[in-house]
Ligand binder design. Structure first.
Ligand code: DHE
Length: 546
């Protein structure tokens, strides 16, 4: 009975029944044996697959704490932990075993590893960061004007597990170049001018690609941390393309770089006190970052501490930065601008809330209660005839999209309230990204984390004014065991692109749909398309259009 209560809400009943037999409830049990070599191997697997959600120190964030003490308290033995890793949970933990990402042996190794104290994670010296800095094309040797006329409609496509970024011409749909970026690039962002595209990998390696070159390639790179998810640049007037900033998960910090060469300039720790309990949190990681349109500052979301930092970069060259720290809510993750680009809306995902930051007055504007585990990506902005400007987020933990009013001046009755819940078909959540474009009448939603394989390969298309489901697009059957992930429009909003996310050994495709007829217009395919995830249109990314 006690054990059942423990897992209620975490596991579906089928999995739960399978697990019941495996629990050992002794709190005194010794951790299972593990050799030094196994410990090292397991640390690497943990870092690659688990640290993002559970934390390097295993204290928990998007996923629960995985310290030996906590596992013991929950009565979890090796077999029970193995089952979690194999099947995942409806709450959003991937089914690493069922997907074939981790073998039975690796799962057993991880399960044993988790019952031991986590090894202390390494720090990274400034000297080592400087040593990793490489400039492939010095600024003075770079081309003076764009060599491709369509460059503003290029797409950067992350080929995650092969450590590359593909640059595809959005007009001709031809592959322009493939750039080696290193392990598991997470996101791409562009500079204010759009000329430079930046990648950041899970391994903390930042790369800058010059899109003006005939064959865009990386012109500089640097490794600034061991684990990172975010990067952006200085976009305020007078500072265009001047600086880049990387948000690190480990060591918890942000690092400021020269925008054109990535020369390291300075870094600051983000370990802090929780905004609410005021207790110290060593692993206070930097989640999303955006560049303010109101002044020379970046918005940095300090995940565990639950604070939003507005970092003024105007005096970086004088060795000084100013930070406004705003108490918000814990476990800040991803987010995007409202239509006016004054308010930044960010998910506090384990608190089922959206935090709204006013970047003009530099204060907390509102906290909005939404559904279970909101995951907006950057969200979707709609100018609605009744509600005025609204911003929408999907959820990992449930099958609804929440749209929030964002105009306190002209539509105060709707501001910072959920004005519309849109129901997604079928059971469970698993939505990661929603997207629209000012020239499109559709709102798109994917479902890659839903346990149902049919929903995983579907894109749901809604009329963005009536909120009615118009069509469900399905990845063609010839692509086996794949998920539809991340939607991105082209520059003028006449088409949208979807990634067919498979395994590393399986070439897949980018599907291009006509944004009016919703017909599949083109399959961009080839042996080189492997594990495509995020796609970023240069113009839309540089102008924050979503
Ligand atoms: Fe992401 C955005 C962190 C898992 C694909 N992801 C982000 C951002 C953060 C983040 C903080 C916002 C960056 C910004 O805007 O500055 N993501 C994390 C994790 O910690 C997490 C949960 C687990 C992990 O270990 O990484 C995680 N993310 C994933 C995936 O599994 C996805 C689907 C594939 C992958 O690359 O691993 C994935 N995340 C993305 C994408 C974006 C993103 C494509 C950018 C969306 C956009 O349109 O801006």
């Amino acid at each position: 009975m006690k054990v059942k209560k423990l897992f209620k809400g975490l596991l579906s009943s089928a999995i739960l029944t399978g697990l019941m037999a495996t629990f050992v409830q002794s709190a005194k049990a010794e951790p299972p044996p593990i050799t030094k070599e196994e410990m090292e191997k397991a640390s690497k697997i943990y870092f690659d697959r688990c640290a993002g959600c559970h934390g390097m120190l295993r204290k928990g964030a998007t996923g629960p704490a995985l310290t030996p003490e906590n596992l013991k308290k929950r009565g979890l033995n090796t077999e029970a932990i193995e089952s979690f890793i194999y099947y995942g949970t409806p709450g959003g933990m991937p089914d690493w075993g069922r997907q074939g990402v981790l073998s039975k042996e690796e799962i057993n190794l991880l399960a044993r590893f988790l019952q031991h104290e986590p090894p202390p994670p390494p720090l990274l010296s400034w000297e080592k960061i400087k040593e990793s800095w490489k400039v492939y094309v010095p600024v003075e040797e770079r081309v003076k004007k764009p060599q491709n006329k369509n460059w503003r409609n290029f797409f950067g496509v992350i080929l995650r597990d092969v450590g590359k970024v593909a640059i595809i011409d959005g007009t001709t749909k031809k592959l322009v170049s493939i750039v080696d970026t290193g392990f598991a690039v997470h996101i791409l962002r562009t500079s204010a001018s759009g000329r430079y595209m930046y990648s950041i990998g899970r391994d903390g390696k930042a790369t800058v690609i010059d899109l003006w070159m005939k064959k865009p390639s990386k012109v500089a790179e640097i490794k600034v941390c061991y684990d990172a998810r975010s990067i952006d640049t200085s976009k305020y007037k007078g500072y265009e393309d001047k600086y880049a900033v990387v948000g690190c998960y480990w060591p918890p910090s942000f690092v400021i770089l020269d925008g054109e060469t990535l020369k390291p300039i300075t870094r600051h720790a983000t370990s802090d006190y929780y905004y609410d309990t005021k207790d110290f949190v060593r692993e206070a990681r930097v989640a999303s970052i955006v560049a303010s349109h109101y002044d020379p500052s970046w918005v940095l979301n300090i995940k565990e501490a639950g604070q939003v930092w507005l970092v003024d970069y105007s005096k970086v060259d004088k060795g000084s930065i100013k930070i406004d720290m705003i108490d918000a809510e814990r476990y800040l993750h991803d987010g995007g601008w409202d239509l006016s680009k004054r308010y930044f809306l960010v998910a506090a995902n384990m608190r089922n809330k959206i935090v709204v930051i006013d970047t003009k007055d530099k204060e907390l504007e509102a906290i909005v209660e939404v559904g279970t585990k909101p995951h907006p990506g950057r969200g979707a902005n709609i100018s609605h005839p009744k509600y005025g400007p609204i911003w929408c987020t999907g959820h990992i933990g449930e099958n609804r999209i929440a749209c929030i009013g964002t105009d306190p001046k002209n539509h105060p009755q709707y501001a910072w309230k959920v004005v519309k819940w849109i129901k997604l078909p079928g059971e469970g959540g698993g939505n990661l990204f929603v997207k629209t474009h000012p020239n499109s009448k559709y709102l798109l939603a994917d479902r890659p984390l839903n346990p149902n394989p049919d929903l995983q390969r579907s894109i749901f298309v809604y009329d963005k004014y009536s909120f009615k489901l118009v069509k469900t697009l399905k990845i063609p059957e010839k692509y086996k065991k794949v998920r539809a992930v991340h939607e991105e429009f082209n520059k003028d909003g006449t088409e949208f692109w979807i990634s067919v996310w498979g395994k590393k050994n399986q070439p897949t495709a980018i599907l291009v749909y006509d944004a009016k007829t919703l017909k599949l217009k083109k399959e961009i395919s080839g042996d080189w398309i492997r594990t495509p995830t995020g796609k970023f249109n240069v113009y839309n990314t540089m102008k924050d259009i979503y």
